[in-house]
Design a protein around this ligand. Structure first.
Ligand code: ADP
Ligand code: MG
Length: 274
């Protein structure tokens, strides 16, 4: 069983450039803004989520690589940010060699899960962990899915959006069958939505008709402020709280918290035999 706290949400989709990192950064910030303590765990060798919080590569003393390979703790890796109640466990390019380094270890899929279990036992466990996954189905994504309660999958509003998703669904079901039977899909968030684009509207209608309630009401608009913010080392919510992108992430997170609460009620009912 995964510990009940922290709740662990993996932002995953093996397609690159669909808005995973933007979603991980801004959903984490929105959770913190709503008063929840959050640790963002950067599992992408590119380290864009770390950079997006203005964390200089030279300052990444203990990284997620150290957590996965040499038993460093997440508490040791956690770096504070400008956002109160939000820390980042940063990533570096070292993560590129993870599949090779872990290949001979039988616990290789469980390294992050074990690290989170250790953090969960400590006094300063956050309420949420958000994991930014790389655009591949390597041991890094498997570690994220093995450690997560739920997947948040960004889907870009474009023609081939659904294609990547079926691969993610397969991986999720493999992880469920092996290391993490509790894993659920939290929801799918449509990103880079442009209402003036007919194709985007068609894609949204198509995705909603296939996936129904799995798709969040909130769509993240294509918004230049969201793409500018990382170059200032700030989440969009700090860079420009009023912009359409920041506001959309706040709405997304309130939907996400609603789902969390409904899921928690479901678990209580299950325990009570309802
Ligand atoms: P991924 O992590 O899936 O590779 P990113 O979050 O890094 O995707 O996004 C890919 C690129 O698109 C980045 O340059 C990012 O700034 C930009 N981007 C992401 N979401 C939006 C959006 N809603 N509006 C405009 N640009 C976006
Ligand atoms: Mg990314």
């Amino acid at each position: 069983m995964l510990p009940a706290r922290p709740r662990v949400i993996a932002v995953a989709n093996q397609k690159g450039g669909v808005g995973k990192t933007t979603t991980a950064i801004n959903a984490s910030t929105a959770l913190a803004a709503l008063g929840h303590s959050v640790m963002l765990v950067d599992l992408d060798p590119q380290g864009n989520a770390s950079t997006g919080f203005g964390i200089d590569p030279a300052d990444r003393a203990v990284t997620t690589y150290d957590v996965l390979t040499r038993g460093a703790t997440l508490a040791e890796a956690a770096m504070t940010t400008e956002v109160p109640h939000l820390t980042v466990a940063p990533a570096t390019m070292d993560l590129l060699s993870i599949d090779i380094e872990l290949s001979t270890h039988s616990d290789r899929a469980r390294r992050l899960r074990d690290a989170i279990a250790t953090l969960a036992r400590s006094d300063d466990s956050p309420a949420y962990i958000v994991i930014d996954c790389p655009p591949s189905l390597t041991m890094l994504t498997v570690n994220a899915l093995a450690a997560a309660h739920a997947v948040l999958a960004p889907l870009q509003c474009e023609f081939f959006a659904m294609e990547g998703l079926s691969q993610l669904m397969r991986t999720i079901s493999e992880v469920r069958d092996s290391v993490n039977p509790e894993l659920v899909i939290h929801g799918i968030v449509m990103t880079m939505y442009d209402a003036r684009n007919n194709l985007a509207n068609q894609v949204v209608a198509d995705v909603r008709s296939h996936l129904g309630d799995l798709v969040y009401e909130t769509m993240i608009p294509r918004n230049v402020r969201l793409s500018e913010a990382p170059s200032y080392g700030k989440p969009a919510l700090l860079y420009d709280l009023k912009c359409a992108g920041s506001q959309a992430y706040l709405r997304l997170v309130s939907e996400l918290i609603d789902r969390e609460e409904r899921m928690a009620e479901g678990r209580t009912e299950q325990r009570m035999g309802a």
